[in-house]
Ligand binder design. Structure first.
Ligand SMILES: O=C(O)CCC(=O)C(=O)O
Length: 272
C-alpha cells in the first residue's frame, strides 16, 4: 500500500498527513489487551519506561495518562508492527530509506481526564542528538481519536518556520509556551488544526511540526501506538542526554543503525 502523490505533497507542504487504515479489528483488540496488561503490571515492564502507572492506580483506582516507550524492544506483539509491510511501505513513501525505528510510544489517555494534555512541542527539540532534522512519526489510533477525547492538533507548515528553541527554554508550566506570540516567527499563523484519526488508521507528522493534544472528555480511554522513524541517513550528532530513551549506542558522526533500531520493510523494488 502506498500514499497517494497528493498525500505525499501534503506532508511535505504542511508537515503532516492523514494516512490509511493499517490495523484490523483483531490486531487492535490484541494490542489493547496487551496495553492493559502492561499498565496494570500483569506482565513485567521496566518502571522507568512505564511512567508511574502502578502508584497512581493504587491511589486513584484509575489509570493516569501514561506514556510507555520502546515497547517494541520488549514485546513481540508490538515488534510485529515494526515488521509490518504496510506500515513500512507508507513510511518509505515519506522518508528516505532504509527507514528505521528511533523510538516507539504508547499513550493512554484515561476517560474524563482534563489533565491528559500533551503540551505543544516539536519532537526534534527532544531528539537533537541525532540528525538531520527530517525524522517523522507514524501515529496509529487504537480508539477513534476525536476532538472530544484529545486527538493531536498541529500547526500546519510550522516545520518550515525559521524557529529554533531549546528544551531548557520551555516554561513547562505553560503547555502553550511554543505558540506564544513572542516565541513564534513574526506573523506566523498559530491556529491549531485537529487531526481526528479513526481506530486502526494512521497519521504522519514531521519532527519539526508543532503539535500537541488536549484532555479527554469522554467515557472511554484514548489509546495510540506511535512509531518515531528515522530516514536511512540519520546520524548521531551529539551527546546523549535523555535517559528515558535508550542511550544511542553508536559513536557521534555514525549512522544510527544496528539491532536497537530495526529497519522497516521497504516496498519491493525499493533500493535501500
Ligand atoms: O498522542 C498525542 O496526543 C501526542 C503524541 C506526540 O506528541 C507525538 O506523536 O509526537
Amino acid at each position: 500500500m502506498h500514499l497517494t502523490p497528493q498525500q505525499i505533497r501534503h506532508y511535505k507542504e504542511h508537515g503532516y498527513v492523514a494516512g490509511p487504515r493499517v490495523l484490523n479489528d483483531d490486531q487492535i483488540g490484541k494490542l489493547k489487551a496487551r496495553i492493559q496488561d502492561i499498565l496494570e503490571e500483569r506482565i513485567p515492564f521496566p518502571a522507568h519506561l512505564r511512567g508511574n502507572a502502578a502508584v497512581q492506580l493504587k491511589n486513584k483506582g484509575n489509570l493516569p495518562v501514561v506514556k510507555v516507550v520502546n515497547i517494541f524492544r520488549r514485546d513481540a506483539l508490538f515488534a510485529e508492527l515494526v515488521a509490518d509491510e504496510t506500515i513500512g511501505s507508507l513510511a518509505h513513501d515519506l522518508l528516505a530509506g532504509p527507514v528505521r525505528i528511533w523510538e516507539d510510544q504508547l499513550i493512554f489517555k484515561p476517560p474524563h481526564d482534563n489533565q491528559a494534555v500533551l503540551a505543544w512541542h516539536r519532537d526534534y527539540t527532544y531528539w537533537d542528538h541525532v540528525g538531520p532534522a527530517d525524522l517523522g512519526t507514524c501515529w496509529i489510533a487504537l480508539d477513534d481519536a476525536t476532538i472530544d477525547n484529545g486527538c493531536i492538533h498541529v500547526i500546519p507548515g510550522s516545520h518550515h518556520w525559521k524557529y529554533n528553541y531549546h528544551r531548557n527554554d520551555v516554561d513547562v508550566e505553560d503547555p502553550n509556551w511554543p505558540l506564544r506570540p513572542e516565541n513564534v516567527p513574526h506573523g506566523a499563523d498559530v491556529t491549531p488544526v485537529p487531526c481526528e484519526v479513526r481506530a486502526g488508521h494512521c497519521h504522519f507528522h514531521h519532527c519539526l511540526t508543532l503539535h500537541g493534544s488536549y484532555g479527554n472528555k469522554i467515557d472511554n480511554p484514548r489509546r495510540s501506538y506511535i512509531m518515531h522513524l528515522m530516514p536511512g541517513h540519520t546520524r548521531r550528532t551529539g551527546d546523549n542526554w535523555n535517559e528515558r530513551l535508550a542511550t544511542v549506542d553508536v559513536p557521534v558522526g555514525e549512522l544510527v543503525q544496528g539491532p536497537q533500531y530495526p529497519t522497516l520493510v521497504a516496498p519491493t523494488g525499493t533500493q535501500s
